[in-house]
Ligand binder design. Structure first.
Ligand code: C2E
Ligand code: MG
Ligand code: MG
Length: 642
């Protein structure tokens, strides 16, 4: 607003009217800006509005809003309109710099009129720009906020006292709105920061939880194979022991040691060894159930905890493990063949605490390993760990592997005619000039897995002999004894059918003798296995009948065609009435069920006569002939074939 040419005390009337209009306009402008700004919470918008309106109000070429930061360390131009604002806005300056610094310091507005109050040195300092600049402080209810600065009056000249008053009034009107918007912005920023912090905290927590899980995993797992380590295995073992005590169900522990693994490490290097261990553990996991624990104790020693398993269950598992290890392992350029030895112990049979069970499984594994057997079931009855016993076991294994066992044959007489109709193959182990009987070595074979190769040898030898005798014109049958471990061997049916083909064995001429207990062990699979044998033309006989708990009615459900009354009943049947009754009724019942009856252990003519009276079909025993090598046995057959 210009007053040039008029005295302020005596203005003309039209000038007063214009002045009044101007005042009204200014008041309206102030009111409008007050309304506009107070309803706005966005600080940027408030600043822009303030800058625009203030510029109009004082007609400045450039209008800037310098704001002091919260920490009161500097101020910066937060908004501006007019000339060169783009270069200025955003610039941060020290608190004491420029005319603004003066305003902050004195908490007073700056305009040309201030010059008169300054001392000479300050006057000189500010003189040249005093009129071009007008700065009024922005003072909120709580803080000193900064100011509103006009630079260069539009159209030239200095900012006037009137400009100062207007801008001061304007500043007082907008300062609260600016303070509010600043606080709002700060609270928004704080909220955002808190949210970010919260998110960061959440992420940190997640990372911490992951790290914890990882740490826990590392503490309980083997780093190479990722399998449970000794600590975790011991923990699981303890849990299984408690479950066994609670539920009265057994569980089995198997310890596995790879054979000749050291050679792999020593000759092919540890990398190949490590890779092999990884491959072995991966492959093994494919045949285990989720509830089984498979851990690595260190080196090439692994452990299995098999819930709900007794010795038979453990043998099934070890069979499965041996089978899965059979195919070659391809490690880089190498094709490696892996064999393992298993030690087996069962809770509660072999122990009911962690250390005893582990010790006994370890002993069993040690025996299996030393004797080069597939497995060994811990046996508390015998100290198989003694050097003599181990030597004997090793010798037995060598005898099996080198086919040094022998088969003897004991003839069976058909009572109605008195003719020999068959023989039973009975094995013998020639040992330092004597023959060791099967009762001495078969349990050890069953404990060590030797029973499989041994039975294969027995069947092969017996069928070879049978085929030779039949081809020579003696139409006899051959009975071969099977262990209950054989019956659980999934490879047995295939092996048997191959041997039958190999020796061209006619239907009905091979009889397999199974003990009652073997047939009773696993009746679920038994029917399937026995039916399969029957379909191969193999006759099935129940050995040692009367010593177990089988009933004839149960046996009738199986494809059994013959029972052999145990020699303990036959032996005393002429002197013990009860035994005589048992033999008598067994013969009658078996006949009623369509089975034929063999009496074993016939030691006298008296017994033989009695059996004939009771309608017994077949007799076998030392009175007829002892078990003999093939030559003498054939001589006997020749004499008694009829
Ligand atoms: P087993 O199958 O009941 O065989 C009959 C056993 O009684 C044979 O004993 C035989 O020599 C014996 N014996 C025969 N007649 C008489 C007699 O008049 N009086 C007496 N006191 N004994 C007689 P061995 O050869 O010692 O066989 C014992 C058991 O070993 C067999 O009983 C059979 O269960 C088992 N066994 C024999 N050879 C094999 C085999 O190759 N494999 C399997 N798994 N078991 C076999
Ligand atoms: Mg027998
Ligand atoms: Mg018998």
């Amino acid at each position: 607003m210009k007053y040039a040419g008029y005295s302020k005390q005596n203005p003309p009337i039209h000038f007063l009217e214009e002045e009044l209009r101007n005042r009204e306009y200014e008041i309206a402008l102030l009111k409008e800006i007050g309304d506009a700004v107070s309803s706005e919470l966005s600080l940027e918008k408030v600043f822009r509005l303030v800058a625009e309106r203030a510029r109009t109000l004082v007609q400045a070429e450039t209008l800037l809003i310098p704001i002091i930061n919260t920490e009161c360390t500097h101020y910066s131009y937060r908004a501006g309109v007019g000339k060169n604002v783009d270069e200025i806005v955003g610039e941060a300056l020290p608190l004491n710099s420029g005319i603004c610094g003066w305003v902050w310091h004195h908490k007073r507005p700056w305009w040309r009129g201030v010059l008169a109050e300054l001392d000479e040195s300050e006057k000189t300092k500010w003189e040249h720009e005093a009129g071009n600049v007008i700065v009024v402080p922005l003072i909120g209810k709580r803080h000193f906020l900064g100011g509103i600065a006009g630079i260069n009056k539009a159209g030239g000249g200095d900012f006037t006292k009137r400009d100062l008053d207007l801008l001061t009034m304007f500043a007082s009107q907008v300062s609260v709105a600016i303070e509010n918007a600043t606080l709002f912005e700060e609270s928004e920023r704080a909220k955002l920061k808190a949210e970010q912090y919260h998110l960061e905290l959440k992420n940190l927590n997640k990372e911490l939880a992951e790290a914890n899980t990882k740490l826990k995993h590392m503490a309980l797992h083997d780093p190479l194979t990722e399998l449970p380590n000794r600590t975790l295995v011991l923990e699981r073992l303890q849990q299984c022991i408690l479950a066994t005590k609670r539920e009265n169900k057994p569980f089995a522990i198997l310890m596995m040691d790879l054979n000749r693994f050291k050679e792999v490490n020593d000759t092919l290097g540890h990398d190949v060894g490590d890779e092999l261990l990884k491959c072995v553990s991966t492959r093994i996991q494919t045949v285990l159930r989720e509830i089984d624990t498979f851990g690595r104790l260190g080196g090439d020693e692994f452990i299995f905890i098999i819930p709900d398993a007794d010795v038979d269950g453990a043998l099934l598992v070890s069979n499965r493990l041996m089978a899965v290890l059979k195919p070659l392992f391809e490690i880089g350029d190498y094709h490696l063949y892996v064999e393992a030895s298993f030690g087996i112990a069962v809770c509660p049979q072999h122990g009911t605490d962690v250390s005893t069970l582990l010790k006994r499984t370890d002993v069993a594994m040690y025996i299996a390993k030393r004797a080069h057997c597939d497995y060994f079931v811990y046996d508390p009855a015998e100290d198989l760990n003694s050097p003599q016993r181990l030597t004997q076991l090793t010798e037995l294994r060598n005898a099996v592997n080198e086919n040094r066992l022998e088969l003897f044959f004991q003839p069976k007489k058909y009572l109605p005619t008195g003719n020999v109709i068959g023989v039973e193959a009975l094995s013998r182990w020639p040992y330092h000039g004597n023959y060791i009987l099967p009762s001495e070595f078969i349990p050890a074979m069953e404990q060590t897995g030797l029973i499989r190769p041994f039975t294969e040898w027995v069947l092969d030898t017996a069928l070879c002999q049978l085929s030779e005798w039949r081809r020579s014109g003696f139409p006899i049958s051959m009975a071969v004894n099977l262990s209950m471990y054989n019956l659980r061997d999934p490879q047995l049916p295939k092996m048997l059918s191959e041997l039958i083909q190999k020796w061209e064995i006619e239907k009905g001429s091979l009889i397999l003798e199974l003990t009652e207990s073997a047939v009773f062990q696993d009746s679920g699979h038994m029917l399937e296995t026995l039916t399969r044998f029957e379909s191969m033309g193999v006759g099935l006989s129940i050995d040692d009948f009367g010593t177990g708990y089988s009933s004839l009615s149960y046996l009738k459900k199986l494809p059994i065609r013959e029972i052999k009354i145990d020699q303990s009943f036959v032996h005393d049947m002429t002197t013990d009435k009860d035994d005589a009754i048992i033999v008598h009724s067994t013969i009658d019942l078996a006949h009623n069920l369509g089975m034929s009856v063999v009496a074993e252990g016939v030691e006298s003519q008296e017994i033989l006569d009695h059996l004939l009276e009771l309608d017994c079909d077949i007799a076998q025993g030392n009175h007829i002939s002892q078990a003999q090598p093939p030559g003498p046995c054939l001589d006997f057959i020749k004499e008694h074939i009829g």
